[in-house]
Write a protein that binds this ligand. Structure first.
Ligand code: NAG
Ligand code: NAG
Ligand code: NAG
Ligand code: NAG
Length: 292
């Protein structure tokens, strides 16, 4: 089901649940003063998976909590949702500063990782099942976190975002700042994009997050070329070569782009879809490994 078509459903489902979104103030070092909200379902698992869900520019934790049906999936599957919130840069995530693009370098990225560590400790979370997803600025930050913290995230899903380090060298992180080079489609070779990720955590040679990349072909704010570039990046980092395109997957206007057998990397392009929340929670949760 598409995010955009389930808004009403998600709200009624979460109203019926006893658990609610809670703010956490002291979750650890928070270099950029961002905020943490958490949703722990009543029926939380003994060793729960954790999904970080990142709002778009102009958004907030509560808004994105209502923006997908993930809370009702958390109710029925026992995982925890973290909704970080940034007050800065028109509520856009910091994806251009070196701090966020460097492992343990500070920035919004470090604050978010400390939220994850807090949830792992407080709720006996499963450190091998930590995921990140987000739309627009949240999709950009998803790729940043997957690049800078490969030791934290097992998989990510970026919706209408940009590659890791795409905004590096720009004066701000918004797709409407003076420098729109990234959002309008900056091109690098797969090797160059891959080097940005590897240079974020020099010496790291463990597993990398498996990635899903979603974009609308009619997106004029963050061009679909950004998804092509993100797929080049992760194809290089994950050593997953393109294998085939499947039109009509998961539904009519979408094309699924497969890399290898699709275990490590998949892309989805919505034909004629603009800059809007889109995606398929079921497909994402199966890719993560939360749903069988
Ligand atoms: C974000 O905003 C907070 C509160 O205004 C401020 O303390 C912090 O320095 C800002 N961070 C960035 C990266 O601008
Ligand atoms: C509670 O969660 C478990 C898995 O964690 C699931 O099997 C069960 O159906 C859930 N119960 C309800 C009432 O959602
Ligand atoms: C604009 O931003 C891009 C990164 O998105 C950067 O490579 C480029 O140097 C920047 N241009 C200027 C003039 O700041
Ligand atoms: C597969 O889809 C991608 C993204 O739309 C496109 O760039 C590429 O040309 C397609 N490849 C083939 C062989 O159709």
């Amino acid at each position: 089901m598409l995010f955009s078509s389930i808004l009403g459903l998600a709200v009624s489902a979460t109203c019926a649940a006893a658990a609610s979104l809670q703010q956490v103030s002291n979750f650890g070092a928070n270099p950029t003063n961002i905020r943490m909200y958490i949703y722990v379902p009543d029926n939380v698992s003994a060793n729960p998976a954790i999904i970080v869900a990142l709002h778009p520019c102009g958004g907030n934790g509560q808004q994105w909590f209502s923006g997908t049906s993930l809370p009702s999936y958390a109710d029925s599957n026992g995982f925890i949702l973290i909704y970080p919130e940034t007050p800065n840069q028109s509520n856009c995530w910091d994806v251009h500063n070196v701090a966020s693009l460097t492992h343990n370098g500070g920035g919004d990225a470090q604050g978010i990782v400390n939220m994850v560590n807090y949830a792992l400790e407080q709720h006996n979370g499963d450190a091998s099942s930590v995921y990140v997803m987000g739309f627009s600025s949240g999709g950009m930050m998803t790729n940043v976190l997957a690049g800078s913290y490969p030791d934290v995230f097992a998989a990510g899903a970026a919706f209408s975002g940009t590659p890791h380090a795409c905004f590096f060298g720009a004066p701000g992180s918004t797709p409407f700042s003076s420098n729109q080079t990234c959002a309008q489609g900056i091109s690098h070779t797969p090797e160059q994009w891959g080097a940005f990720v590897r240079n974020s955590y020099p010496g790291y040679d463990g597993p990398r997050p498996r990635m899903q990349i979603w974009h609308g072909t009619a997106d004029a704010l963050v061009r679909p070329a950004c998804a092509d570039e993100a797929l080049k990046q992760w194809s290089n980092v994950l050593d997953a070569p393109w294998s085939q395109n499947n039109t009509g997957v998961p539904s009519g206007q979408y094309t699924q782009i497969m890399y290898g057998d699709g275990t490590a990397l998949q892309g989805y392009f919505g034909n004629g879809v603009g800059h809007q929340p889109q995606g398929n929670e079921d497909l994402m949760l199966r890719f993560f490994g939360i749903l069988a």
